[in-house]
Design a protein around this ligand. Structure first.
Ligand code: THU
Length: 136
């Protein structure tokens, strides 16, 4: 078993990258930080577009950074947003995370003051479809 991931370091990275988000339409900045299986932290922020549906979520950016950096597995992810509600990953991002994470991988949700809640991937996306469902 690997050691418990350092969620404090992920929180700091997610909070820093949240400020860089490009969200002129929603004005809702989101940051995400992934701990990869290489021990590195990969941040991402939401990047919106004048053609609204083309915008990308913070989690998608962090996953792209992780893959481009050479890691292949998410050990933990922290997502941060403002407001009173929990900024849990959207349905599409739960599936994106699922591709590179295990059922028990922690998904922690933060507000500006710190981590507010902690879920597992299986808790947010039960009975999910993944790579093993495809014939080899
Ligand atoms: N957003 C994310 O980046 N991640 C989430 O988990 C929830 C929503 C973004 C998408 C859009 O740019 C803005 O937040 C408002 O929905």
């Amino acid at each position: 078993m690997s050691a418990e991931p350092d969620l404090d370091a992920l929180f700091a990275a997610a909070k820093a990258v949240q400020q860089k988000a490009y969200a002129p339409y929603s004005r809702f900045k989101v940051g995400a930080a992934i701990l990869g299986d290489d021990g590195k932290v990969y941040p991402g922020c939401n990047v919106e577009n004048a053609a609204y549906p083309v915008g990308a979520c913070a989690e998608a950016g962090a996953i792209s950074a992780m893959i481009a950096g050479g890691a292949r597995t998410i050990r933990a992810i922290v997502v941060i947003g403002d407001g009173a509600e929990l900024v849990t990953p959207c349905g599409a991002c739960r599936q994106r995370i699922r591709e590179f994470a295990a059922a028990e991988t922690p998904i922690a949700i933060a507000g500006p003051e710190g981590i507010r809640a902690r879920f597992s991937l299986a808790g947010l996306l039960p009975a999910s479809f993944g790579p093993a469902n495809l014939p080899t």
